[in-house]
Design a protein around this ligand. Structure first.
Ligand SMILES: Nc1nc2c(ncn2[C@@H]2O[C@H](COP(=O)(O)OP(=O)(O)OP(=O)(O)O)[C@@H](O)[C@H]2O)c(=O)[nH]1
Ligand SMILES: [Mg+2]
Length: 681
């Protein structure tokens, strides 16, 4: 036998004769690896050479491997004809394609045109129409939510659409890109921005980089600060002052639920646990020491008798710094209020620079008051009167000035980011994708609902208060194949100081530009009414436009935890975002509301399957490249009628083998429309 290394003859069976690189079994000789590689192609038939197809049709076997249309329920568009026999699993067929060519797994799929997004249905009428009549079986129905205007009236009156389609985004992905840093997640958004689980994609990091390195350094400097609360393990004593009568008595809540919320806040912090809980009656929670003299003495005795306690969480909105100091002195441990704990949670969960700067801004008043109380002398005259190095400023004045400078720098940095956000917002609005803001009390299931509506696997809901702190955008589809953008927002909490909300107003500003607000409520929570009141009061505080507030859609979530639940009125939709119950009804309601808010209309065009117009559309398809499903190139570039004869080509993406039609670029859809116009449809 021939040894390719030299002239040595060996007796090895699998080594071919000299000069040959393949053997009769079709194996090829790899001289580097010095071995036969198994055959990757079928052997050449005896009768003659195998026909090579260069730049033409791929072997039919490639098409045959694809799935029947009926097996892909969410492919968006499919044919009604019976599926062909030769097929393998639909998932495998879809996965076999390059990522950009795979059919969408959720929603209806669609195309973008100047008027709206188009979806295609075969032989079936849209949801709102009458049932299919006899003779309509061989019809295509193109359905879209379109904005009425000159373009639409031309189409409807049959005068033809504009000849050239303006360059528009083919899918909402590009609209999502207009959210910029921190605003983009999920399928549509790809890898930009932070992820819900806290990790950050590389693309997001790139986006975050400000143009100016000096600015970046300055921002980093502003974010470099000591934590408000001690790090490490803390065993907390939770004290809830209960007001049983008087004007301070809460109307919609009970002490036990307030305590439960306080506990949830403590557990949100890493390494923190509640060691002891006390509900203590108080007549004047706003008074200097919150409790009466006798109660305070009793409390002091109890706390001092619990050596395992390392901190006290007093469940009140805000503690004045002198009160805090006095209580700390009496109890011998650090004392925190709700504001400090929430701020610390925000600080731990904030991912984007904007959110972190907003937290830094919210922290400043707290740091200022700490400084004041630490400088105050027991005689009440205030300390820090010594001048520093002859500068003419006392220590206190220097500190105040530094705080002021820091505040100005943070505001300036936020303004820069705000400008960027506004610019991106304008770009987004120009692309005309309806925006739906999802708001609600913290932990009510906003993120879970968005995940269910969009099928976005990148979203990670967590059973935790304030898991989401950055406004993020996710693309989804409504029943008429209209692409919409869902905005996940920061949750609200009762008894949260307004300054905290104010510092987040820049992020929440996006809400004002949305087309619809969806208020998600956790109806399994015993205090769901209080939560609703808190959210509504916070929304009113944001000065949102009145029509937006009036058109708000209420979603009652977590109904799986309330057996037999039905919403009290027709204005609310009951769903279980976790189990997927009620989502179809919700999508239909969302669509109605979006159509009303944006003034769009759903337009359905019917096209006969066996008609000359389809050939015209086929031409458009040929111009767009190979079949999106099986990648075959039949009929491409011939300049004649499609050779892909048995195809039912609408909007340019179909395959006669698989029967699947995958929606893609909007231009072909517009061409489809032009073709229809040209044939008097
Ligand atoms: N049983 C049940 N649990 C749900 C449902 N929806 C959400 N959850 C759970 O509620 C918890 C909070 O869900 P999220 O979606 O993170 O809530 P959120 O409103 O985004 O919370 P924040 O971002 O922290 O404000 C998670 O553990 C979810 O699994 C539901 O319909 N049923
Ligand atoms: Mg969330």
């Amino acid at each position: 036998m021939w040894d390719p290394r030299g002239s040595t003859q060996t007796r090895r069976k699998d080594v071919g004769p000299p000069g040959r690189h393949s053997d009769p079994q079709g194996r090829t000789w790899d001289p580097r690896g010095r071995e036969w590689t198994p055959r990757s192609r079928p052997p050449i038939p005896r009768g003659g050479r195998r026909r090579t197809r260069v730049g033409k049709h791929p072997p039919r076997s490639r098409c045959r491997r694809l799935a029947p249309p009926a097996a892909l329920p969410d492919a968006g568009v499919r044919r009604e004809q019976a599926p062909r026999k030769r097929s393998s699993s639909p998932a495998a067929a879809s996965q076999a394609l390059p990522a950009r060519d795979r059919p969408r797994q959720s929603g209806g799929g669609g195309h973008v045109t100047p008027g709206g997004q188009w979806g295609v249905r075969t032989g079936a009428r849209p949801r709102s129409s009458a049932p299919l009549r006899a003779g309509e079986r061989g019809m295509w129905a193109l359905r879209a939510a379109v904005r009425p205007g000159p373009w639409l009236s031309r189409v409807v009156r049959g005068r033809g659409a504009p000849r050239a389609a303006p360059s528009l985004p083919a899918c909402p992905d590009r609209a999502l890109a207009a959210f910029g840093s921190g605003g983009l997640k999920g399928r549509g958004g790809g890898g930009r921005g932070p992820r819900a689980d806290g990790t950050r994609s590389r693309a997001g990091e790139e986006e975050e980089e400000p143009e100016d390195a000096e600015e970046e350094e300055e921002e980093e400097e502003l974010l470099r600060r000591d934590p408000l609360l001690p790090v490490g393990t803390q065993r907390v004593c939770l004290i809830h002052p209960e007001v049983k009568q008087g004007p301070g008595k809460p109307q919609l809540t009970r002490a036990e639920w307030q305590v439960a919320e306080g506990e949830a806040l403590v557990h949100t912090l890493d390494g923190w646990s509640v060691a002891e809980t006390m509900v203590v009656p108080s007549n004047a929670p706003d008074g200097k020491l919150i409790f009466g003299k006798g109660t305070l003495e009793h409390l002091t005795e109890k706390i001092r008798g619990l050596p395992e306690i390392t901190a006290v969480f007093l469940n009140v909105e805000r503690l004045a710094t002198p009160t805090k100091k006095e209580l700390e002195a009496a109890w011998g441990v650090q004392v925190f209020d709700r504001f400090t704990v929430v701020l610390h949670i925000f600080r731990c969960n904030a991912r984007t620079k904007e959110a972190r700067l907003q937290v830094a801004l919210a922290e400043l008043p707290l740091l200022r008051s700490h400084l004041k109380s630490s400088m105050a002398r027991p005689d009440g005259r205030g300390g820090g009167s010594r001048y520093i190095m002859g500068s003419g400023e006392s220590f206190m004045q220097v500190q105040q000035r530094l705080f002021k400078e820091k505040e100005m720098k943070i505001r300036k940095a936020l303004e820069r980011l705000k400008k960027k956000r506004r610019l991106l917002g304008r770009q987004r609005r120009r692309q005309e994708f309806p925006v739906i803001s999802v708001v609600g009390y913290t932990n009510c299931g906003k993120t879970t609902l968005i995940k269910a509506l969009t099928g976005d696997d990148g979203v990670q809901p967590r059973d935790q208060l304030f898991a989401t702190l950055d406004v993020t955008a996710h693309a989804g589809w409504l029943p008429s194949c209209m692409a919409v953008i869902y905005m996940d927002t920061i949750g609200f909490l009762s008894q949260l100081p307004h300054s905290l909300i104010e510092s987040f107003s820049a992020t929440l500003e996006d809400m004002a530009h949305s087309d619809l607000i969806v208020h998600v409520r956790d109806v399994s929570h015993p205090e769901t009414e209080l939560q609703k009141a808190s959210v509504l009061s916070a929304l009113h505080g944001l000065c949102l436009p009145a029509p937006l507030l009036d058109s708000m859609l209420e979603v009652h979530n977590k109904v799986d935890l309330v057996p037999g639940y039905s919403p009290p009125g027709p204005q609310a939709v009951a769903v279980s975002a976790l189990l997927g119950h009620g989502l179809l009804e919700l999508k239909a309601r969302l669509e109605d509301a979006v159509l009303r808010a944006t003034g769009r209309q759903v337009l359905t065009l019917r096209v006969r399957l066996a008609g000359a117009q389809l050939r015209c559309v086929g031409l458009a398809w040929r111009a767009r490249g190979p079949c999106r499903v099986c990648r075959c190139r039949k009929g491409r570039g011939t300049g004649r009628a499609p050779t892909h004869k048995r195809s039912r080509v609408v909007s340019g993406v179909t395959c006669r083998e698989s029967g699947l039609i995958t929606p893609h670029a909007g231009a072909s859809c517009l061409w489809a429309l032009q073709a229809l116009q040209g044939h008097g449809q």
